[in-house]
Design a protein. Structure first.
Length: 53
């Protein structure tokens, strides 16, 4: 499963447009490792994904 990352002016190697979820990933962990993206940004960009699952 992949999630969308919030719109950025131009995806970069450090901040791509999508992210493939790995076992054990959390929105907090993903946001912490990508520049300029918050947990709230991920929740907004992925309304059908339960951030607690």
């Amino acid at each position: 499963m992949s999630i969308c990352l919030p719109f950025m002016p131009m995806p970069t190697a450090k901040t791509p447009a999508t992210y493939k979820i790995q076992r054990g990933d959390t929105f907090w962990g993903i946001a912490h490792n990508l520049d300029g993206i918050s947990v709230e940004d991920l929740i907004t960009a992925n309304p059908k994904v339960d951030p607690k699952s």
